[in-house]
Design a protein around this ligand. Structure first.
Ligand code: AMP
Ligand code: ZN
Length: 487
């Protein structure tokens, strides 16, 4: 069965076929590092993680590229508002690069704690200004730009497919028309490729360019960096649903306008939002939940991962402490079940493991197949989780097979089930070692007591017997020597 993904291009489920069989180029929009990631952002990265892990489990070699936005992202995606990085640096009394460095580290600390596998390539916007300038030059040479008020704009009217996503998102486009206030634009949907001094007098980071000293618009970084690392056409591009109508629409326009090749990207995967009871979660509006705030309230990052897997990535997911509590309990039952199985089986035989070991045997194989089918069906993690539970609850499945299959499933789910089992096995190994030391100590005390008796030091001999008795060890003398037992 092929992997089926909902492609925002075409708005339908489509069988996924990479351009080069067995190799997948995947670009996922990364964070703007002016603040901590909120738990909604982390939903996007868990979605990317599940997609990458699923492709790898199916034997694909995935090159996963993620950008770090450390320049040029304004609070409004359509070029309006403050520069997020500059504003954050001013508020914190730090330089833009210090802020970027701090929150980039915080971001990867969060993703690591959520067991999100790191991308193959992580690229910072500020390290790729020459690539952006080169791409903008190509767009300009192809006649898709104009200069106004010191900025260079993309002229959407010159690009026939502009707004390829828009039939569905027409409402967003009307909103753009309403909010946009940039008098330099010929059309409300035109967007900035390069800003010069016209936008912010206090812009911290500026570079020389053919259009004057300034800095890039936000969208161009994703086109420039994805093309650099994945080529002028590649397989999958992902991001949150909020990026469909502006950011990704503009990325497509400028990439295809530069290269003349289409489609730039074959499959577009967009995750729906995580929402709070109160509504939308937003980084710029402040008042958002971070992973650390969940940890401070007593939750493990994997509880949150489990919570996210319980929803399909294309459905809006409502966050509440109650449902996070439910996820925590469910995950505990899951690891308890794994531990119980691990205690029964002991370490798994060679080759039966979650690391690409032999395929699950017997009835377990049927659960594994159903699990894979669930993921093939547009990454249905809720159904995949249900198959894991089915497997673990089924008393007819041999425990070794059950553990092996659960570990295999966990290569995609990423709930660290192998660690839970290993904890049991390490504890089991540690116990005999402790006993061994104790036995040695008892034997040497028995020998010392025999020597003391020979030397008629009965006080010492009785002292040893008494101290062992205090520790629950009873000695018995016989003509063949002294034996011991636990009292
Ligand atoms: P940003 O750092 O704001 O550029 O956002 C990083 C990623 O998180 C993007 O893919 C956004 O589309 C996504 N995102 C933002 N808010 C949410 C949310 N509440 N739920 C899910 N994804 C989100
Ligand atoms: Zn992007």
């Amino acid at each position: 069965m092929p992997l089926t993904l909902f492609n925002t291009l075409g708005r339908e489920l489509q069988a996924f076929e990479p351009r080069n069989p067995g190799k997948v180029g995947f670009y996922g929009c990364g964070p703007t590092v002016y603040n901590y990631a909120h738990i909604g952002n982390l939903r996007a990265y868990v979605t990317h993680d599940i997609l990458t892990r699923t492709l790898r489990r199916r034997g694909c070699e995935v090159t996963h590229v993620m950008n770090i936005t450390d320049v040029g992202h304004l609070s409004g995606d359509n070029d309006e508002g403050d520069d997020k990085m500059v504003k954050s640096a001013e508020e914190r009394g730090k330089s833009v690069l210090e802020v970027a460095d701090f929150y980039t580290k915080a971001f990867f600390n969060d993703t690591e704690r959520m067991n999100i596998i790191g991308p193959t390539v992580v690229c910072k916007a500020t390290d790729h200004i020459p690539e952006m300038i080169a791409l903008i030059k190509r767009i300009e040479e192809n006649g898709h730009t104009y200069e106004a008020g010191g900025n260079l704009y993309f002229d959407v009217k010159t690009f026939p497919h502009y707004g390829i996503f828009h039939s569905r998102y027409a409402e967003d486009q009307n909103n753009i028309a309403r909010i946009d206030a940039d008098a330099n634009k010929r059309n409300p949907q035109d967007f900035v490729l390069w800003f010069t001094k016209s936008k912010f007098e206090n812009q911290a980071l500026v570079w020389d360019s053919p259009w004057g000293r300034g800095y890039p618009g936000w969208h161009i970084e994703c086109s420039a960096m994805s093309i650099k690392y994945l080529g002028e056409q590649f397989d999958i591009h992902a991001g949150g649903i909020d990026h469909v109508s502006i950011h990704h629409t503009n990325e497509i326009a400028q990439s295809e306008a530069a290269t003349g090749k289409e489609p730039w990207v074959r499959y577009w995967v967009h995750n729906e939002f995580l929402v709070l009871d109160k509504g939308k979660m937003s980084k710029s509006a402040g008042g958002f939940l971070t992973l650390q705030s969940l940890i401070d309230s007593g939750y493990d990052p994997l509880d949150y991962r489990y919570f996210l897997l319980g929803g399909h990535y294309r459905s809006q997911l409502q966050f509440s402490w109650d449902s996070l509590g439910g996820a925590k309990n469910a995950r505990r039952s899951l690891t308890d079940r794994i531990k119980a199985l691990a205690a029964k089986t002991g370490p798994l035989p060679e080759g039966v493991s979650g690391d690409g070991g032999k395929a699950a045997a017997g009835k377990a194989a049927a659960y594994l197949t159903a699990f894979d089918k669930a993921l093939e069906d547009d990454l249905s993690t809720p159904r995949a989780l249900a198959e894991l539970w089915g497997l673990l609850r089924d008393a007819e499945v041999d425990p070794v097979d059950a553990l092996g299959a659960a570990f295999d499933m966990d290569r995609v789910l990423g709930l660290k089930l192998v660690d839970a089992a290993q904890g049991v096995w390490i504890a089991a190994r540690a116990k005999p070692a402790e006993d061994g030391a104790l036995v040695q100590e008892i034997e040497s005390l028995i020998a010392e007591r025999a020597d003391a008796k020979k030397a008629k030091d009965f006080a010492r001999a009785d002292g040893i017997r008494a101290s062992l008795k205090d520790r629950g060890i009873i000695l018995a003398d016989s003509p063949d020597g002294t034996t011991w037992r636990r009292g």
